[in-house]
Design a protein around this ligand. Structure first.
Ligand code: NDP
Ligand code: PYC
Length: 331
């Protein structure tokens, strides 16, 4: 399919599932971007996930985000229980304005349903010339290092750094060993998973995707991922007055919807610290990237940008079984 065909399909299916037009546009764009960039776990597969959240009544399909300014450097958007994409779209212009005015600013999204990757948001801010960080908890699916019972969400951290004349340096990863969506895709395709991704409900290591989805996922990097997962809970949960992953899964009441809660986004204007000297410092940053690539290592997002270039030219291919499940939405 071409990306335009994919966008039209995603939008039509979201509308058929009951989502209001502006939400459908924003949500479809995220899914198309994920598919275009070769991120299957957060691409068009998410139509099935969003449809489930809508049908289960987890998401408010016509929520109207409300933007406020609690402090000079802070923006808050109450998403009204809708998907996070429109809330972000509504809050971003003020975040950019405040980051430029103050050097740094934060955007808290509250009361949103989150099923998406975070890189589209930090990349959008980097495209505006801002350094960006984003965090969101999810549902309690992940055991702390040293335990085997879920406490944390898969809690992603994303970072964006604008680069002169090039795509920004962006990374975006779950603090679990892998995103839950990836394990779901393994289950859909009947594939086993590496044993270090999680535990079954008895706390034993397993290669069975279903057993891990019903047991507990593991953090990446042992105690280090565990501490970062806790940080994400604190920053994008209690700090901004929103839910932890444990509270989110309790609020779901076994409906199987996407996580409900908050997201914290930080934006920094490099000129705030450095003024004109920012240009010299960009050269030093570029030297670091050159040192990485100079020894054959790749930068995060390089695979994604390559997939983007390929899909913009050639379109995308959707697995037949996924396409059939998507076509059944709203029928
Ligand atoms: P991956 O492990 O696939 O990738 C993580 C990051 O590492 C990417 O930026 C990737 O770049 C980079 N990377 C991968 N391999 C290399 C390499 N060899 N050298 C350099 N960089 C590399 O991601 P996860 O499975 O952890 O997460 C996938 C997505 O799931 C994320 O986008 C995340 O936001 C999303 N997610 C969302 C959640 C939510 O609650 N909303 C919860 C959890 C995850 P590249 O893309 O170019 O490969
Ligand atoms: O893949 O872990 C995940 C995830 C959770 C919420 C959205 N994606």
């Amino acid at each position: 399919m071409t990306l335009d065909e994919l966008r039209a399909l995603a939008r039509a299916k979201l509308r058929a599932a009951g989502l209001a037009g502006e939400h459908a546009d924003a949500v479809a764009e995220t899914m198309v971007s994920g598919e275009r960039d070769g991120c299957a776990s957060h691409g068009i597969y998410r139509l099935l996930v969003a449809d489930r959240s809508i049908r289960a009544g987890v998401v408010v399909p016509d929520a109207v985000p409300k933007v406020s300014e609690p402090k000079a450097g802070l923006v808050q958007v109450d998403g009204g229980g809708g998907f996070a994409q429109l809330a972000f779209e509504r809050g971003m212009p003020l975040l950019v304005e405040k980051a430029r005015a103050n050097g740094i600013a934060a955007l808290a999204l509250n009361n949103v349903v989150h099923f998406a990757a975070l890189w589209p948001e930090v990349e959008a801010l980097a495209d505006q010339g801002l350094v960006a960080l984003a965090f969101t908890p999810s549902h309690a699916w992940v055991a702390p290092a040293g335990g085997t019972k879920p406490v944390f969400g898969t809690n992603p951290i994303a970072f964006g750094w604008p680069r002169p004349g090039r795509e920004p340096f962006v990374f975006d990863f779950a603090t679990s060993a892998v995103a839950r969506g990836e394990i779901e895709l393994h289950r859909r395709e009947g594939r086993s998973i590496p044993e270090d991704w999680g535990y079954d409900s008895e706390g034993r290591g397993t290669t069975d995707a279903e057993a891990v989805l019903n047991g507990a996922m593991r953090t990446f990097g042992g105690h280090k991922g565990s501490a970062l997962a806790a940080m994400v809970e604190l920053l994008a949960g209690p700090l901004i007055g929103d839910m932890t992953s444990a509270e989110s899964i309790a609020a779901d009441e076994s409906r199987g919807g996407s996580p409900i809660g908050g997201e914290l986004i930080l934006a920094i204007d490099r000129a705030g610290f450095l003024g004109e000297a920012v240009l010299a410092n960009l050269t030093r940053a570029e030297a670091m990237f050159a040192a990485i690539e100079g020894q054959g290592a790749r930068l995060p997002s390089q695979r994604r940008y390559a997939a983007r270039a390929r899909c913009l030219a050639e379109g995308v291919t959707i697995p037949a079984a996924l396409y059939a499940d998507i076509m059944a939405i709203g029928v």
